[in-house]
Write a protein that binds this ligand. Structure first.
Ligand code: SF4
Length: 418
């Protein structure tokens, strides 16, 4: 991975004081003295004012679902009982490294955001939940030297696609397996130890910390995104901070993927896009209207010599392998999507298989206890709508780019932390 880039406008008021990246992205681990000098760990004198600011600028959670952060904070604050706050740094989406980068390079920014979340909700106990060994070390060191904040415990889990889902987080902190549970109740109603619990993505917390120090820049900070860019045929993978509404062309050009034929959005969560992808904006609502999802914001570009059918087959095979096998519909649904797509990729499918894929991609979303089944269905739905010619070209013929098998190990999407 080449490193990190900021595409935020440098002249934005306040942004130079303490942006998530800074004008010179942290090459090593964040220095406490430098963070304090930039205004970090400043007392929160009016908790409702910060909450109002977060609501006013419309900060959305960065774990994938894009839920309004202020609504979640307010729900935890107003629920009966003593709240608990969790910084969720277990990023299960292959191809995303932003959360691990934050934990490894800017642990104080994340811990400060957790402190502010605790103050806004009235929590006296917090957790940092993660799977990365280096991140654990960095966070423990930062916890030992931070000047203020609630009691915080670090909980480590094994890396898995669903281990960062919010009910899985609660379940593992409570001593169980990191597997999702049925909702309701949601964590804000009954979370860790039955207490109302805020499970917040670490990028969300980092942005809250910046907004506290730089109120004038709150709108720009809330709208910006950390985007992991990867793919074959371009430059090395990179982590990029882009302003709100940025079209995909900008990070693609920056990272050498301007000629890409397609892009897989949001890790594996947001769907696959073909012609016209350059004009897609990094915006939750506009992508949703286009039948996709922004998810965690990771972008995987597909080189013109690769095949979108093969990519979709690999992605769904990975999701099928990552199914926790708790919901019958997920076991059979991801297995059927993946198996049938593999048949299409091998050139052995006819109209019947393609019609089945179309039917399943409409019927399956929303039926599992977590978003894994939805992710698989969205990949299939977007493949069918954006690449009908490529699917037709596989009928009865062997695609040289697809190969014989579609491995489900996710290796193709893996990116290392810069
Ligand atoms: S939808 Fe799939 S991955 Fe999610 S909890 Fe159910 S079985 Fe597990």
């Amino acid at each position: 991975m080449t490193g990190v880039h900021s595409l935020l406008p440098e002249g934005q008021p306040g942004l130079l004081v303490s942006p998530v990246f800074g004008t010179e992205p942290y090459p090593g681990v964040e220095d406490l003295a430098r963070y304090l000098a930039a205004g970090g760990y400043a007392p929160l004198t009016a908790r409702d004012r910060l909450l109002d600011r977060i609501a006013a600028v419309g900060l959305r959670g960065r774990g994938g679902a894009g839920f309004p952060a202020a609504v979640k904070l307010g729900a935890v604050r107003d629920a009966p009982g003593r709240p608990v706050v969790v910084a969720n740094g277990e990023e299960g989406e292959p191809g995303s490294v932003k959360d691990r980068w934050l934990l490894c390079h800017r642990p104080h920014l994340v811990l400060d955001g957790l402190r502010l979340a605790a103050a806004m909700t009235g929590a006296e106990h917090g957790y940092v939940y993660l799977s990365d060994a280096v991140a654990e070390q960095t966070v423990r060191h930062a916890l030992a030297e931070r000047p203020t904040g609630p009691r915080v415990d670090v909980v480590r889990t094994d890396h898995a696609y669903v281990a960062g889902e919010e009910t899985a987080v609660v379940r593992h902190i409570d001593g169980g397996p990191a597997l999702p549970t049925a909702k309701p109740p949601r964590p804000f109603e009954a979370g860790v130890g039955g207490a109302p619990t805020l499970v917040a993505n670490v990028e969300t917390l980092a942005r809250i910390a910046v907004m506290h120090v730089c109120p004038d820049a709150a709108a720009a900070v809330a709208g910006a995104h950390l985007v992991t860019v990867s793919g074959t045929g371009g430059g090395a993978a990179a982590l990029v901070e882009v302003p709100a509404g940025t079209h995909l062309k900008l990070p693609a050009d920056l990272c050498g993927h301007g000629r890409a034929e397609a892009v897989l959005l949001g890790g594996l969560f947001g769907g696959l896009y073909g012609p016209g992808w350059t004009d897609l904006p990094l915006d939750h609502d506009r992508l949703k209207a286009a039948g996709g999802a922004l998810g965690c914001g990771a972008l995987h570009f597909l080189h013109p010599e690769e095949c979108p059918v093969g990519l979709a087959a690999e992605a769904t095979a990975y999701l099928a392998a990552q199914s926790t096998r708790q919901c019958g519909v997920c076991v059979s649904g991801t297995g059927a999507l993946s198996g049938t797509l593999a048949t299409v990729a091998r050139g052995a499918a006819g109209d019947g298989e393609v019609d089945q894929l179309r039917r399943w991609s409409r019927q399956l979303p929303g039926r599992g206890a977590c978003g894994l089944l939805d992710a698989a269905a969205r990949i299939v739905a977007t493949l069918l709508s954006h690449f009908p010619d490529r699917i037709a070209a596989h009928r009865g013929s062997t695609c040289p780019a697809c190969g014989e098998t579609a491995p489900g190990d996710g290796r193709r999407f893996a990116v290392t932390v810069p």
